[in-house]
Design a protein around this ligand. Structure first.
Ligand code: SDX
Length: 362
């Protein structure tokens, strides 16, 4: 029997974000997420989500400086990363490293310091691991670049273009927080037992890793690569739908209309895609997929979700496909931490009921 997956169950009263699935609205602490993505930095929106208001100049400077001070990897973490099996995928490496940073050796005076440190170090772990397994020497973090520019710099060892920084920043801001999604719920459950932040983030990374959640953007790339050209699109999509396959980048538990993040990212990718054949194929596939989803799944209201255009943005800035879900993780850690901080303020252990369907003893 198909479980309801807690659909529609309210697990928390939260001031952090509103995800309105009927209107297609996403609000962060009273601000439209789309506006924040266009006009503010990663640091400003992270501060807003954690503390409830945008930082003033002094607060922003201090916040940014603490992140910069925590970007470097301790030697023992580099040793762990270098000794993990080469075939271990990046999300498993992230989960392992965050868990290892939750040990006694890595003492933090408070959850906030641990939050800043884990946030700061994720892009360094991603770039360090990616470059090492590709035979490239790791690039030390820059102290002169903001969080997003430094992420791109450490990956490519060159000053990133402003358009790439802007596109990645908008994507990371739009994916920072999204109500009670599976990985955020995981973080809140672990926090509700009064466990430590590293445990909550490690668990959330495990949830994010799944293809139905954070693993979808690479699935979008695989779908478009399989289709290859406009002429093939209908045959490939029909074959998948007839076979009961999920089209990655479509459908959503909450949005029964366009995912507002997909709309915002579509606008940003338009700047890159004037004459790029991949983007015009993506636009063709998107329209046809929605038409066919309605034909095969009438009444299910399946639209494009954030991951379809996440794939487009990340491809536009030449981010390697194997980094897609970990890039998503480097932004959603902000939402996970905001929810852990809120859970800690007014906590009761999260323990839902279950219905017994097994036999009773004689
Ligand atoms: C994210 O929760 C969040 O907020 C998540 C997220 C966030 O920011 O944290 O927004 C990020 O995870 C976005 C979703 C990324 N995942 C994908 O793109 C994978 C493909 N999409 C799906 O598998 C699906 O749409 C989900 C998982 C996103 C939502 O699944 P639900 O709400 O549990 O819906 P369901 O599995 O019950 O499906 C309902 C029906 C089914 O048909 P029937 O069995 O009833 O005939 O719709 C069909 C499904 O087969 N369906 C799809 C489909 N999505 C749903 N059919 C084909 N392709 C799809 N993409």
């Amino acid at each position: 029997m198909k479980t309801a997956g807690l659909e529609g169950v309210v697990a928390a009263i939260s001031e952090i974000s509103l995800v309105d699935g009927n209107k297609g609205h996403l609000v962060y602490r009273g601000h439209w997420a789309k506006d924040l993505a266009i006009s503010y930095s990663f640091e400003e929106v992270a501060y807003l989500l954690w503390y409830g208001s945008l930082p003033n100049k002094t607060e922003l400077h201090e916040f940014g400086e603490i992140l910069k001070a925590n970007r470097r990897l301790p030697d023992y973490i580099k040793t762990i990363i270098d000794n993990l099996p080469e075939k271990m995928e990046l999300m498993s490496v992230l989960r392992t490293v965050v868990s290892a940073m939750g040990t006694e050796e890595y003492q933090w005076p408070s959850t906030t310091e641990q939050a800043l440190s884990l946030t700061a170090v994720l892009p360094t772990v991603i770039s360090y691991r990616y470059r090492r397994i590709n035979g490239l020497s790791p690039i030390e973090p820059s102290d002169n670049l903001n969080h997003v520019a430094n992420f791109l710099y450490m990956l490519k060892e060159e000053q990133p273009s402003q358009s790439h920084v802007k596109a990645l920043s908008a994507y990371l801001i739009l994916t920072m927080e999204h109500g009670m999604n599976a990985s955020t719920f995981t973080a809140r459950v672990i926090a509700s037992t009064q466990s430590d932040l590293a445990s909550a983030i490690s668990g959330a990374i495990g949830a994010m890793k799944g293809p139905l959640h954070g693993g979808a953007p690479s699935g979008v790339i695989e779908l478009l690569d399989e289709i290859g050209s406009k002429e093939n699109a209908e045959d490939v999509l029909r074959r998948k739908l007839k076979g009961g396959e999920r089209l990655m980048g479509f459908g959503h538990r909450v949005y029964k209309t366009q995912d507002p993040r997909a709309e915002a990212l579509r606008t940003i990718t338009a700047e890159f895609s004037e004459d790029d054949p991949w983007f015009s194929l993506a636009n063709e596939v998107e329209d046809l997929a929605i038409e066919l989803l309605n034909e095969y799944k009438p009444g299910r209201k399946l639209y494009t979700n954030v991951e379809f255009y996440a794939a487009a943005i990340l491809k536009a800035i030449d981010l390697p496909t194997e980094l897609f879900t970990s890039a998503f993780t480097s932004s959603r850690i902000i939402g996970w931490i905001a929810n852990v901080l809120e859970q800690n303020e007014n906590n009761r252990i999260i323990r839902p009921a279950s219905e017994y369907s097994g036999p009773m003893p004689e």
